[in-house]
Design a protein around this ligand. Structure first.
Ligand code: ADP
Ligand code: MG
Length: 677
């Protein structure tokens, strides 16, 4: 028998080597292992004849292989394995790439089940790299696990089978009353059936229960973070100087901005530290809200610190704060690791002496040897680099300063309450009047040359452009464009005569900084990048954003990327390139064409794709979820929110005996360390 806490090495099929691979996935015990959930199933309950399949859709067919495939080397070190298989009526052509096990897996004359997309090409049925199952699996639902860290779905499946043969959770995490009210299956059933369901209904019941539980645990954990004693701060605002700040402002605030400033001023009037998120679309004027709060804080003798994820962004902020504070007497300083030692030393001294009201820099400014005379307000920008863990560590720094977190990622309200459940929310849901919109086009890849010519026309006039690719390197997936190869190609063809830069997430921070600096200064004209440029970069001279394989991105992400242009006075364009044929993908891209409003786009994204993607995005800094990131409808989400509310109303810190196993789950999800008791 295995127990929850048994080391994974004692599961049949796991040796030293595999144990190491599992550890990379965070799986150390049996309890961790059974939480490695399949992402989908191969439904072998419904096998079809080849002619019954819908071309272009994934299906499973039974077919006899004509002959064992033999590898044929083609160009670029690729080896192809081709064969044919028949279901007695039709023939399907099978092709595999670079998989030297294929000849041992497929033997001529034997029957298998093939699962994959069936294409019909000039009257010929084809499948590329279909998954192979033995006939004995017919009638079953086969779990498909994410292939990571060198563990294939097959390996995980067999290890899981071995584990579940001798293990079943002997406990229940959800209180009985809750399970009854929300009609959720028991944990034991859920764990067995999420991995090896007999049919789709059981798989769904299991998935619902586990998702519900994880969402509940997430919300309870966030609520605990919010409700725990945040300590006490001396940095309390006595007088509100907002009116004075506004007199010097060259524009009128939006209503949303005024409300957000009032929220912040109210919070900072208390001894309990502020813990607030300021959420607003690109250009909604978050910086101005932050500046107003810094202004009042400074006039009350309280110092502020603003942190950005990179030096470039910090420098950008420094410039805008300087212009906000021009002629106000507010003393602002920039502090970067790259500055000269003497200069840094002087600034630090001034901070210590209270001669600086606002210091702007990267995260290092509050971690390193900077001591403040009276730090009372900490602002972080582009919140997605600062997850729940960092928010906690921030709040516990120094004398529990007030904290304001700024995020440019619009999220539907209902989800924001969950994702940022540990924070109070201020939302800038309107843009200042008179903003120019970015013209958005959707084209297929046959337009490439025209797109390049369009870009060159603008580069020739001195403007700059971005091209974003979904991947760093092509090998990650043969179907999509990788930034590295693509930039190589473009540099020797369409953009031979233009200085171009390449930016992606696998580069070192210092390399990224220097590529970015070259683009900001205009030394490079075209930047070919992955989504790393999403984060707050402001280059008003860049007027074209081209996104390759645009259907691969979430709408919110596309919107963020688009927000990188349209920041100057020149009319800007965003060109989405996609060969996606599915109506759903087309519809999503159409929404981009129609709307420039981040919150509307986020709502549409939620409607079309479900909430799972919002939980899955790393940028929100949530703990790593096991299953809720697959959630595709809001109903379950709303129910779990209702359940969380009821539980918390009854037991705010989850101290009652009946909630103790839930509390344990919270600690497991949040890895213990962020949860205070
Ligand atoms: P965000 O940080 O939310 O993307 P910013 O604070 O950088 O937006 O604001 C974008 C631009 O709009 C800045 O140039 C800012 O000065 C200006 N701005 C901010 N608020 C207003 C307003 N109420 N009316 C007009 N312009 C504004
Ligand atoms: Mg900004």
């Amino acid at each position: 028998m295995l127990e929850e806490t048994t080391d994974i090495r004692f599961v049949k099929g796991v040796g030293e080597q595999r144990a190491k691979l599992f550890k990379k996935l965070g799986v150390e015990t049996v309890a961790d292992l059974v939480r490695l959930y399949p992402r989908s199933y191969r439904d072998l309950t419904n096998l079809r004849m080849i002619s019954e399949c819908v071309p272009g859709e994934v299906c499973s067919v039974r077919a006899v292989v004509n002959s064992t495939p033999v590898g044929v080397r083609v160009k670029n070190g690729i080896t192809l394995y081709k064969t044919e298989a028949t279901d007695g009526r039709d023939v399907v052509h099978l092709t595999y790439f670079n998989n030297r096990y294929i000849p041992t897996l497929l033997q001529g004359g034997r029957e298998y089940i093939f699962t994959g997309k069936l294409n019909l090409n000039r009257g010929r049925y084809e499948m590329l790299s279909p998954v192979i199952d033995n006939l004995s699996s017919a009638g079953r639902m086969m779990p498909v696990y994410p292939q990571t860290a060198g563990l294939t779905s097959r390996v995980i499946e067999s290890v899981m089978r071995n584990a579940l043969a001798v293990y079943s959770p002997g406990y229940e995490t959800l209180p009985e009353s809750l399970r009854e009210k929300y009609k959720l299956c028991p944990l034991g059933f859920a764990v067995r059936n999420i991995h090896f369901p007999e049919n789709a209904a059981d798989a769904l019941a299991a998935k619902k229960r586990l998702m519900f539980e994880e969402l509940l645990v997430l919300q309870l954990g966030m609520a605990k973070l919010k409700n725990h004693d945040r300590g006490f701060t001396d940095a309390v605002i006595k007088t509100d100087y907002t009116e004075e700040f506004l007199e010097k402002l060259p524009f009128t605030l939006t209503i949303a901005q005024s409300n957000a400033i009032s929220d912040g001023i109210r919070d900072m009037g208390l001894h309990e530290p502020m813990n607030r998120l300021l959420q607003g679309d690109v250009g909604s004027g978050k910086t101005c809200v932050a500046a107003a709060l810094v202004y009042t804080a400074a006039k009350n003798g309280i110092q502020s610190a603003l942190m950005a994820p990179t030096g470039i962004l910090a420098t950008q902020h420094y410039r805008s704060f300087l212009s906000f504070f021009e002629g106000t007497g507010i003393r602002t300083a920039l502090l970067l690791g790259s500055m000269k030692a003497k200069e840094k030393c002087e600034i630090k001294q001034k901070i210590a002496d209270g001669e600086i009201d606002l210091v702007i820099g990267t995260h290092a400014i509050i971690q390193k040897d900077v001591s403040f005379r009276r730090l009372g307000l900490v602002i972080t920008d582009e919140q997605h680099r600062f997850g729940v863990a960092q928010r906690m560590s921030l709040a516990s720094k120094g004398d529990n300063p007030h904290t304001l977190v700024m995020s440019a990622t619009p999220i539907p309200r209902t989800l924001a309450l969950i994702i940022y459940g540990d924070l109070d929310l201020s939302v800038l849901d309107e843009l200042p009047p008179g903003r120019q919109t970015v013209d958005t086009y959707v084209v297929d890849s046959s337009y490439h040359e025209r797109v390049y010519a369009f870009i060159r026309k603008y580069l020739d006039r001195g403007f700059q452009a971005y091209i974003v690719c979904p991947l760093v390197e092509e090998s990650e997936s043969a179907d999509y464009i990788g930034a590295v190869e693509y930039s190589k190609k473009l540099r020797s063809t369409a953009f031979r005569d233009y200085p171009t830069g390449l930016l992606h997430g696998k580069m070192k921070q210092s390399e990224k900084d220097s590529v970015m600096a070259d683009f900001v200064s205009g030394k490079t004209k075209l930047l070919i990048a992955t989504t790393v440029i999403e984060v707050g970069v402001d280059v008003p001279n860049a007027v074209i954003m081209v996104i390759e394989d645009a259907d691969r991105f979430g709408l919110s992400q596309l919107h963020q990327l688009r927000g990188r242009v349209g920041r100057g006075s020149e009319k800007s364009s965003c060109i989405l390139i996609s060969d996606a044929k599915s109506p759903a993908a087309k519809k999503r891209l159409e929404i981009m064409k129609k709307s420039n409003d981040g919150f509307r786009i986020a709502d549409e994204d939620l409607r079309l794709r479900g909430p799972g993607d919002f939980f899955g995005e790393k940028q929100h800094g949530l703990p790593a979820l096991h299953i809720a990131d697959m959630l595709d409808d809001m109903v379950l989400c709303n129910r779990s929110a209702e359940a969380a509310k009821e539980l918390l109303a009854d037991d705010p810190m989850l101290e009652k005996e009946e909630n103790s196993s839930l509390d344990k789950e919270i600690k497991a999800l949040f890895k213990d360390k962020y949860i205070m008791n």
